[in-house]
Design a protein around this ligand. Structure first.
Ligand code: HMG
Ligand code: MG
Length: 284
C-alpha cells in the first residue's frame, strides 16, 4: 500500500521540449526502464499536431514498440478529436486533456481561448469516455502565465469546475513555468479545494524557481497525495518561454520518503532510468 501516487510524465512533458529529434528507439528504451520502477501511471506520448510539437510525432510507434507492464497505466495527451482517434488506435490506457487558466498561454499553446478550449475538450472527454478511457485534466499556469503574468485562483477554479463537469477522474494543477511560491500555491489550493476534493487533485510543479519541493510540501499539507514529475528533471513546454525542467522524479521520491510517505518506487530501477534520461537531454 502506497501513501502517494507518482505520475511519471518524462516521456511526454520531459521530452517534448527537446529540440533535436530523439530516435523512437531511445524513447521506447526510456519507457521500458520507467516501467520497471513501479509507477502506477506513465505518460508516454502526446497526439498533438506534429506541426506544433515535432518531437511527439512518433507517439504511436512508442506505444507499439514499448513493453507493457501489468499494473501500469500508459497514457497520452490528446488536444482534439483527431488526437484522440490516434491515441485510441495506439491503444492508450487513458488520455489527458489540457487547458490553461490564463488566456495568453491558451492562445500560444493550443491557438484557442480558454472558453473555446473547454468546449473542445468536453467533446474529447465524452468520446474518450465512450471508448472506455479515463480522462485526466491538466490545468496549466495555475499561478503564473508566461504571457499574462500572475493568475488568479478564480481562473484556475473555472477550469477545474469545467473538467469536473466533464467527468475527469483526476485534475493535475500545473505550475507550468515554475514561478509558484508556497503562499500562492496555498491561495490557489484554498480556492480549488472548495470545488474538488484533494483525493482527485495532483500537484505538477516545475523546478525553475527552486521551490518545487516546497510547493509539494504545501500540497501535502492540503491533503494532495498525487504528484507529477519527470525522470532526470527533463522538460518544459515549447510554448511556455522560461519553463525549465519538471520536478525531477528522483528528487520527489527521496523528498517524499524523508517526509515519511511511501511511493512504491524502486530506487535502483529509478537510478537506471535517470542515468539514461540524462543522456537524452539537449545542450543546457
Ligand atoms: P491549429 O493550428 O490551431 O489547428 O492547432 P489546425 O486544426 O489547423 O491544425 C494544424 C495542423 O495540424 C493541420 O495540418 C492539422 O491537420 C494538424 P494541415 O492541415 O496544416 O496539414 N493537426 C493534427 N495532426 C495530428 N494530430 C492531431 C492534429 N491536430 C491538428 N491531433 C492544436 C491546434 C491544438 C492542434 C495545436 O495547437 C496543438 O497541437 N497544440 C499542442 C501544443 C502542445 O503540445 N504543447 C505542450 C503540451 S501542454 C504542456 O506542456 C503543459 C502541461 O504539461 C502542464 C504543465 O507542464 O504545467 C500539460
Ligand atoms: Mg510540466
Amino acid at each position: 500500500m502506497t501513501d502517494v501516487r507518482i505520475v511519471e510524465v518524462g516521456p511526454r512533458d520531459g521530452l517534448q521540449n527537446i529540440a533535436a529529434l530523439i530516435p523512437t528507439e531511445k524513447k521506447i528504451a526510456l519507457v521500458d526502464l520507467l516501467s520497471k520502477c513501479g509507477f502506477p501511471e506513465i505518460e508516454v506520448a502526446s497526439f498533438v499536431s506534429p506541426k506544433w510539437v515535432p518531437q511527439m510525432a512518433d507517439g504511436a510507434e512508442v506505444l507499439s514498440g514499448m513493453t507493457r507492464t501489468a499494473g501500469v497505466r500508459y497514457t497520452a495527451l490528446t488536444p482534439n478529436l483527431r488526437g484522440l482517434k490516434r491515441a485510441v488506435e495506439a491503444k492508450v490506457d487513458g488520455v489527458a486533456i489540457f487547458a490553461s487558466a490564463s488566456e495568453g498561454f491558451s492562445k500560444a499553446n493550443i491557438n484557442k481561448s480558454v472558453e473555446d478550449s473547454i468546449h473542445l475538450f468536453s467533446e474529447v472527454a465524452t468520446e474518450a469516455q465512450s471508448a472506455g478511457l479515463p480522462v485526466r485534466g491538466y490545468v496549466s499556469c495555475v499561478t503564473d502565465c508566461p504571457y499574462d503574468g500572475p493568475v488568479s485562483p478564480s481562473d484556475v477554479v473555472r477550469v477545474v469546475e469545467a473538467f469536473a463537469a466533464m467527468g475527469c477522474t483526476e485534475i493535475s494543477l500545473g505550475d507550468t513555468i515554475g514561478q509558484g511560491t508556497p503562499d500562492r500555491i496555498a491561495a490557489m489550493l484554498d480556492a480549488v479545494l472548495l470545488v474538488m476534493p484533494a483525493a482527485q487533485l495532483a500537484g505538477h510543479f516545475h523546478a525553475t524557481n527552486g521551490l518545487a519541493l516546497d510547493n509539494v510540501d504545501v500540497a501535502l499539507e492540503y491533503g494532495l497525495r498525487i504528484f507529477d514529475s519527470a525522470i532526470g528533471g527533463l522538460g518544459g513546454c515549447p510554448y511556455a518561454p522560461g519553463a525549465q525542467g519538471n520536478l525531477a522524479t528522483e528528487d520527489l521520491v527521496v523528498h517524499l520518503e524523508k517526509r515519511g510517505f511511501e511511493s512504491g518506487i524502486s530506487q535502483d530501477a529509478l537510478a537506471q532510468a535517470s542515468q539514461f534520461a540524462k543522456t537524452l537531454k539537449g545542450p543546457e
